[in-house]
Design a protein around this ligand. Sequence first.
Ligand code: Q9C
Ligand code: ZN
Length: 341
Amino acid sequence: MITVFSTAHRLHHGSELKDGAIKPSFEAPQRAEIVLDRVQQTGLGQVLPAQEFDRTCYVAAHSERYVRFLETAWSEWAATGKTHHALPLVWPVRDLATDQEPGFIDGKLGFYAMDAGAAITPGTWDAVRGSADVALTAMEQVIDGAKGAFALCRPPGHHAAREYMGGYCYLNNAAIAAERCLSRGAERVAVLDVDFHHGNGTQNIFYDRPDVFFASIHGDPQVSYPYFSGHAHEQGAGAGVGFTANYPLAKGTAWDRYQVALKDGLGRIAAFKPAFLVVSLGVDTFEGDPISHFKLTSDDFLRMGAMIASIGIPTVFVMEGGYMVDEIGVNAVNTLQGFDG
Ligand code: Q9C
Ligand code: ZN
């Protein structure tokens, strides 16, 4: 399988608010380098650089004003004299909800963020658009006839919604890739999210759409980040009712229970008959992950890849989370090797 990779990810290493303190983000550059090393060691296949795509490809999944915010946030922040990373500190919750974009950067940060886990640094935008271009380039491979392709994206994307960042995510790489195949003529596309955390951003982007089926298997939001989405009763809205499927699973879930949800989700995707499948591949379901609560083993990722292959749909794997850096390469590449068979 071909891997698409961009060195632009190295321009971004943010801070996050965690346990009441600002710390270097768990989502660090070394993550992508370790996955790339494993791809090369195992001889998975050729590694291609990302092509550059037009920003209209990003606006397919996000609003124009949100993309403009991402492009200009660092310069607006730096213009106030601050030198540390930008993080939001006030949010338009419930009765404060408004659709009016504030004029000042501190207000914009809260308006366009769901949490204080996606910092803006000087290199963030270049890394973020490089990551989206990685996903778009991998989608082109599959549109052109490859059975599978691996988008080694960093930063990840699945928490980023139409108009907000969060959870280490800025542009939703998986949603941007899904929109790309639709704009190139596909009638239907499915997104399967196997990251430990609910793919709230992808769900948000496609919630009222019947042409994109979204399935997510994740830690129960009663006890796991992002807490406010991913319940089983969330199944879509309007014309999209029935085209979103959520599988919240208990803390401590291992392969025996995980594979029941995966089988059901894949069955529903196969019945939808999509032209393409995008897999949001987070490997933070691993038993050793420092911020998650599932118990998958490295061998389970081989099984996961084989099960995904069994439905026979051309598939783009888009890298999302996974924070046990020693094992992230093994677990991601095991999934791809399981798929290749
Ligand atoms: N105690 C991705 O995996 N912090 N994002 C959670 C839980 C945010 C994860 C803290 C986790 C975001 C792409
Ligand atoms: Zn995650």
